[in-house]
Every structure is written in structure tokens, then in C-alpha cells.
Design a protein around this ligand. Structure first.
Ligand SMILES: N[C@@H](CCC(=O)N[C@@H](CS)C(=O)NCC(=O)O)C(=O)O
Length: 202
């Protein structure tokens, strides 16, 4: 079996979530670097693979795919061992709801913090950062409740955990974790960091 090709930029969270799934499934893959800083993702050659001009892209035999969440669902369906989605339909839907929540519903404060931290230190507004962090922590309470006493977001390790871990690693870097109001998510983050698929992206 030819190795899957992954068009990659190492610090890209969108590429990292695909690498977590490749790692969980122990699928061999070859990375093809795309230098986002040089704009290689907008070159005609890359646009033929991904019309959005972004990474990740995977090539698996004759199949070319982009969009990290779609890639991960494809990998789970094509390479079912170990399964990263529950069998039960309602639980599968729940994995998608948690993924959507962690990707989209917490995005505004998350991006606000990122945006501020990208500025020169003297141009940053600490007030904006503090407010966005507080909003983000409030939104994360939903996931804190969802995980409850379970080891992973939807029970067993699933595509929801793979989808959200790159973002949570960044949140920890922003000082959102550890936080006394989010002890279960803090525990989850630690458990995730112990998985070899996640260690590979740290
Ligand atoms: N929704 C896409 C987002 C992909 C994305 O935004 N990738 C970033 C890297 S993390 C990228 O290629 N940015 C370069 C650009 O937009 O020009 C996915 O999940 O794959």
C-alpha cells in the first residue's frame, strides 16, 4: 500500500488534527511541506489539489481530499481500526456537535486572543485579552459539563478529541489552561498529551 501523502505546514493546527488521526490509526504517511509563509499554497499546482489554497491536503491513491474534518471522517471510514466514531447513530451525532462547538462556537474569543497576541507586546490590549479569556472560559463550561466523568469528550477517544486537541494546546499556551473552573477539561488535556499520536504534534 502506497503511503498517504499529507501536504503539510508543521505548525498548522488543521494539519495537526489530521496527523493525530493518522497516528491513532498507525497509518504510514509522507509529508510534503507547503511553505505558507512563501505563499506556496496559492500556487496553481497546489490550487489543483485544494481550490481553497490551504493545507492540509491528503492524497490516498487516486483520492485527493482537503478540509481537515472531512479528511478525518474519510480516514476513519476507509481505515476503520481503531474506530474513532461510536457505532450508535445518536452518539455519532454527538461527536459532530461537540466538534462543531469546539471549532465554531468558541471561535470569536479564541481568535480575539490570537489576534492580540500576534501584535507587538506594546500594542497589545491586556483588557481585550482578559475579556476574551473570560468569555472563552465561560463558553468552555459547556464542554466541561459534557465531558463530565468520561475520559474523553464523547466517552471513548473519538474524532472530536482529535479535532479539538490542536486548539486546546494553543489555549494552554495562551494561559487559558490550567484553570480552576475547568478541572475536567484540564485533566482531559493532560490525558491527551500522553497519547503518542498527540506527543507527535507537540
Ligand atoms: N477549514 C480548513 C482550514 C484550513 C486552513 O485554514 N489552513 C491554514 C493553515 S492552519 C492555511 O492553509 N492557511 C493559509 C492560507 O489561508 O493562505 C480545514 O479544516 O482544513
Amino acid at each position: 500500500m502506497a503511503a498517504i501523502k499529507l501536504y503539510d505546514f508543521p505548525s498548522s493546527p488543521n494539519c495537526q488534527r489530521v496527523k493525530v488521526v493518522l497516528g491513532e490509526k498507525k497509518l504510514p504517511y509522507e509529508t510534503i511541506p507547503v511553505d505558507l509563509k512563501k505563499g506556496e499554497q496559492k500556487k496553481a499546482e497546489h490550487l489543483k489539489l485544494n481550490p481553497y489554497g490551504k493545507v492540509p491536503v491528503i492524497i490516498d491513491g487516486a483520492t485527493v481530499l482537503y478540509e481537515s474534518l472531512v479528511i478525518n471522517e474519510y480516514l476513519d471510514e476507509k481505515y476503520p481500526e481503531p474506530p474513532l466514531m461510536p457505532k450508535d447513530h445518536a452518539k455519532r451525532a454527538k461527536v459532530r456537535i461537540l466538534t462543531d462547538y469546539g471549532m465554531n462556537h468558541v471561535d470569536v474569543p479564541y481568535q480575539k486572543i490570537r489576534h492580540e497576541l500576534l501584535k507587538d507586546e506594546k500594542e497589545r490590549s491586556q483588557e481585550t485579552i482578559d475579556k476574551a479569556k473570560s468569555d472563552l472560559k465561560n463558553l468552555l463550561q459547556r464542554l466541561e459539563r459534557e465531558i463530565g466523568e468520561q475520559p474523553y469528550l464523547a466517552g471513548d477517544f473519538s474524532l472530536a478529541d482529535a479535532a479539538l486537541i490542536p486548539r486546546f494546546i494553543r489555549m494552554a499556551g495562551m494561559g487559558v489552561f490550567p484553570d480552576a473552573s475547568l478541572p475536567r477539561l484540564g485533566g482531559w488535556l493532560q490525558r491527551m498529551k500522553e497519547r503518542s499520536s498527540v506527543k507527535a504534534i507537540l
